[in-house]
Structure formats: C-alpha cells, structure tokens
Design a protein around this ligand. Structure first.
Ligand code: MN
Length: 490
C-alpha cells in the first residue's frame, strides 16, 4: 500500500509574509510526517510546500493527475487561502479528492492566544472558504473534520485512501471472460461499455479453447509446484490425487494466461468447459487466494469487484471472497443465511485449514472436481453486489455478522459462510431484493460500507447501504428517490 501516493496540498496566501509561511511549512511537514508515521495510514502522503497562488496550485494538481502511482489529493487550508485561486487547478482534477478540515494546534492556548496565533491557525474559516468553491464547482469529494492526531480521523482518512487505491486500480483493471454468461441468467449481464466508461474496466472475451491450449503448454514442473502449494496450504483429504493434480494443471494454465495478458480477474462458465475434464474448483479458489478476482457463471462484474476489493484491503488479514446467497435458516429469533458456492469460495476467509476433497458435482457434466472445503470465520463483514440498472450501475452493500458454524454439513462438501445480515434477515432480504441486488456478491471482513460508499462516489455510481438502521418503508422511499436521481443525472 505504501507504493501508492497521496499528494497533500495545503493552501495559504502571500499576505502573511515569508516568516509566517515558514511556520506554515513547518506545521505542514509535521502533519504529513505524523500521518505517515502512523500505522493506521496505508499509503504514502507526499509533502509539498504550502500553495499560495493559482499557477502553483494548478501545477500541483496536474502533478497528481500525471503520476500513475498517485491515487488522489488531500487539501487543507492551513491559513486563509482565497479560493478563486483554486478554480483553475480544481477544474483539472479527476482523481479522488479529500478535504481534511484540521488544525495544527489541538487546543486553544487560552492564556497566550493573540493575533499572531490567529494568523497561523485559520483553518476554521480557511477550510470553509475552500469548501465553498468545491461545492460551487460540484466536485465529488470527501470531507473529514477533526484533529490530525485523533485516531478516529486517521482511520477515516485510511478508509478514503483505500477507496482511492481501488479507484486507481479500477482504471487499469482487465477482466478475462472465459466463455459468456450462463444461459438465460439476467443479473450477471451488464453494459461493458458503461463499466469501462465509469469504472475503467476492460472486459475481454476468450474461448475455452484458449485455456485448453494454455494447458498443453503447462510443464510437469509447473503443475508439480502448484500441487506442492496445495499440500502445504491445505489438508489433502482424498485418495484421488489425480483429480487434485488436474486442478493444479488448470490453475497453472489460467494463471499463465492471466499474467501473460495482464488480467486481474476472470470468470468461468460450467456450461462451456470444452475438453476440460473438471470444472475449475480448487484452481479458482487458490487463484483467488493469490489476489485474482473471480466470478462464476460468466459474472464478470462480481469477478472485477472481488479483485478491486482485494486490492483495497491489501495488508489486512480478514479475507475477501466471491460468494453466493445459498440457503436460508428461518428458525425464529435465530434467522441466518448460508453463503457458499458449488466450488469457488476463497480460502482467505477460512476459519480452519481447508481440506481438499473430491466429490461429484450434479452440474457441469464432468469428472468429480477437487475443491477446498472449509468454514468461514466468525466476525463483522459486508457483502457487496454490483448490478446494471439500465440507466447506470448500482452497488448495494449489506452489513453482516458471520457466525461460528457449529453444525457439520457432511453431505454438502463446499466452503461456506453463515451470517446474520443487518438489521435482520427479513428486512435485509426484502431490501436486497427490492434493490435488484444479485445472488452473487463479494464478502469482505476487511472493508466496510464506508469504503464502498467512497469508492462509488469517486466513480460516480449509485450506492445503497442496508444496515442496522434500515427500516423497510423508508428504504423503499430511499430507493425511489435514488432511482429518480440517478436516472436524471447528467
Ligand atoms: Mn452462482
């Protein structure tokens, strides 16, 4: 995460004289160094001397725009920085924008406060002047207020930063479609042009033949190396080693193809397996564990979102996976949802060491595929779904609490997560379905709805959040308003 840069642009003006501006720069440097030294802050914040005229403001913003490693800018008006000076620069800004309303001093020095102090601690009014011009220009931005040493403020900055990394990586994400989507299914479809315009995703199709050909060039050594990884990271709980080795070969082939062609995410389709003897299962799971995005049944949107959410949560250990709403537990007072997929759930969310097993699959018409079987850990998480509404893309996020899975499911040998959605299963399911959210989603223990809200704001797409306060009648109203708003956005 430290390789991503955020430019810190502090505003002032020449009215104060150079001695005052020296103090401003010292304060500014202390803030930037303080934030960079904090373990809460993931990216590298870059110090620039305070900006005092429109030429240098525009140049600094263009510096952020042109740097491929720069994910966004933070602005802060240390002193009063007349904001007409910011118009030309801000008009050039397309990258994520955080306005940090802070102040070098935490407390008012009651005994000694005088006009000199006031000249150097003006963000209370300087940042209001700055906020006006951003509002007037209609710029999407996040505003965080509070003292820069406050841990809550730092956590908020980090949420925004991680979303900015997602937005940056989104711009260069390429998604490999192996075949098309599952016949007749609607929600996994979508406007790929819209996705590229709004999110930057390049979505390409290849045939299963391309993967078959790639498999032919996988060497014995390569496949053996993948199998060794399996033996190390998982418990081999089957005698059918040939089936496991076949998944190792598929994995090597898909990985080679992804890397050779610069793809960060991919999907498969069990209706189009060509000469493949098994549906990719363990292969897909291990690729997800390595950070690739995945979607089943032709779902390129969820594949891409898995990739982006994995990149946004880099360095955190909770785990992020493709998941499907599988089946309900309607026990009164203990309602839950079992999430799983027939094979492809990411081992990064496992509570225990996954077991590799081989079982027949009632779908796909192939040999029994090897898969990693495990239970997902307990803890707070989110599920996120991205759908195409025709007028644009919509993201829906639901806060959930994953449960310790006490029950064995011996006859359903899949990786699974069991959760209680907020505010409760009944309301969550109603709201999710009313929103048109998919049965496929991305489950993450590392990200919150706030990360995803920031990401959607940066990318200019609709965002809806089902949470502990959701009440169905007001949610329906919110949906109506949201749809009206986004349908009519220019
Ligand atoms: Mn599915």
């Amino acid at each position: 995460m430290k390789s991503y840069k955020i430019l810190f642009l502090a505003g002032s003006q020449n009215l104060y004289g150079s001695a005052a501006l020296d103090v401003v720069n010292n304060n500014l440097r202390a803030i930037v160094e303080g934030l960079n030294a904090s373990s809460t802050i993931s990216c590298t914040i870059v110090y620039l001397p305070c900006l005092t005229d429109s030429g240098v403001i525009e140049k600094s913003i263009l510096m952020a725009e042109n740097d491929p490693d720069c994910a966004g800018i933070i602005t802060w008006m240390h002193t009063f920085s007349p904001s007409k000076m910011w118009i030309s620069g801000l008009k050039r800004l397309t990258k994520p924008y955080l306005h940090l309303n802070t102040q070098y001093n935490r407390d008012i020095p009651w005994e000694t406060i005088d006009m000199d102090f006031m000249n150097l601690n003006q963000s209370a009014h300087g940042d209001r002047e700055h906020g006006y011009i951003a509002a007037r220009l209609g710029l999407p931005r996040k505003v965080i207020a509070g003292h820069w040493q406050d841990d809550r403020v730092r956590r908020e900055i980090d949420v925004w930063m991680r979303a900015a990394v997602g937005a940056l990586e989104s711009n260069r994400l390429k998604i490999l479609r192996i075949s098309d989507n599952m016949r007749d299914v609607a929600v996994t479809e979508g406007d790929k042009i819209e996705a590229q315009i709004k999110l930057g995703w390049q979505v390409d199709h290849y045939g299963i033949t391309d993967i078959e050909n790639e498999m032919k060039s996988v060497s014995r050594v390569e496949a053996e190396a993948v199998f060794e990884e399996y033996s190390k990271d998982y418990l081999i709980d089957t005698d059918n080693i040939d089936s496991v080795k076949y998944q190792a070969k598929i994995e090597a082939a898909i990985k080679n193809f992804l890397e050779k062609n610069g793809y960060g995410a991919f999907h498969t389709n069990f209706q189009d397996l060509g000469a493949l003897k098994q549906l990719p299962g363990l292969a897909v799971q291990n690729l997800m564990k390595k950070g690739f995005g995945f979607g089943a049944e032709g779902d390129w949107k969820v594949a891409a979102l898995t990739r982006i959410m994995k990149l946004m949560s880099k360095g955190h250990q909770g785990g992020t996976s493709f998941i499907e709403d599988y089946t309900y537990h309607f026990e009164p007072g203990n309602e839950m949802l079992l999430g799983a997929h027939m094979l492809e759930v990411c081992p990064s969310i496992a509570d225990d060491k996954p077991k590799i097993q081989v079982h027949p699959l009632g779908i796909g018409d192939r040999e029994p595929p090897a898969r990693a079987v495990f239970k997902a850990k307990a803890g707070k998480a989110i599920v996120a779904s991205l759908v195409d509404m025709g007028y644009g893309l919509r993201m829906i996020v639901n806060d959930i609490e994953c449960q310790k899975q006490k029950n064995e499911i011996p006859h359903l040998p899949v990786a699974s997560a069991l959760w209680k959605p907020f505010p409760d299963l009944k309301t969550s399911a109603q709201a999710w379905i009313l929103s048109g959210a998919a049965h496929h989603s991305v489950l993450s223990y590392d990200l919150t709805a706030e990360h995803m809200r920031d990401f959607c704001e940066m990318k200019g797409i609709e965002f809806l959040h089902i949470n502990k306060n959701t009440e169905i009648l007001s949610y329906r109203k919110e949906l109506e308003l949201s749809e009206f708003l986004w349908k009519n956005k220019k």
